[in-house]
Design a protein around this ligand. Sequence first.
Ligand code: OAD
Length: 252
Amino acid sequence: MEAYSAIMSIAHEIKHARRTVALTGAGISAESGLGTFRGKDGLWSKYDPAVVASIESFKRDPRKFWEFAREIGWIFLTAKPNAAHIALAELEVMKRLDSVITQNVDGLHQRAGSKRVIEIHGNAGRIICTRCLAEYATEKIVDRIAREDVPRCDRCGGSLKPDVILFGEPLPKRAFDQALKKVRSADLLIAVGTSLEVYPAASLPEIAKKSGAKIVSIDSERTGWDDLCDYKVSGPAGEVLPRIVQAIRITF
Ligand code: OAD
């Protein structure tokens, strides 16, 4: 389907849906300057996730994780929401979007104004002590993170870790249960900028489809799960989502 017709059809579906839920991935933050994980320029083409982003290797040697986190981390603190995050926040205000389920840990949906955000992979804005579970705001301890090989907890000396899910860790149960409930009760699921290669997040569109929802994908590339979609728009989320919002505004 040509992009214009797909955009108009998606706008129509959103207007007539009872409950629309968005599922976002790294691609929605690409236009904010954050790297995606897969693809030729993705983070995992430069770093081995088994070495820098698995709980096994963190337990063995947290220094490798922190080297990686310091290298990519500053951008999380300085990145700003882009037009795609803003479009989803607008849809929520217009009462056309129930909630956003995100695999991202950058907090950009909330900063764009979205209120109902379910973070299934955590949030890099928080740092947790792996021993006593004390919690720190990342922005308050950036100096210490820059200075120390492995930042330590003030309270007990345990190693600190951003409150994000590493490979091999279970997802936060409450958030994932909420996400499941949302996709089961949705009649429209809009996935934005995700390759859906990581489970269990990748199972959400299939669960939504089995529960009767139509599935939309907005992604700059073809993905391995395009066959599941009722509508697909190939293009940058920061261009496509504002066009959908505009189409909803101008059509009856
Ligand atoms: P990926 O890097 O796997 O996929 C990003 C998707 O975004 C790809 O399909 C790109 O084509 C698309 N994309 C890139 N730029 C875009 C743009 N401007 N507009 C629209 N789409 C764009 O990222 P995720 O699917 O989010 O998990 O990855 C899922 C999980 O794998 C992450 O949460 C992370 C990672 O390893 C953990 O760390 C546990």
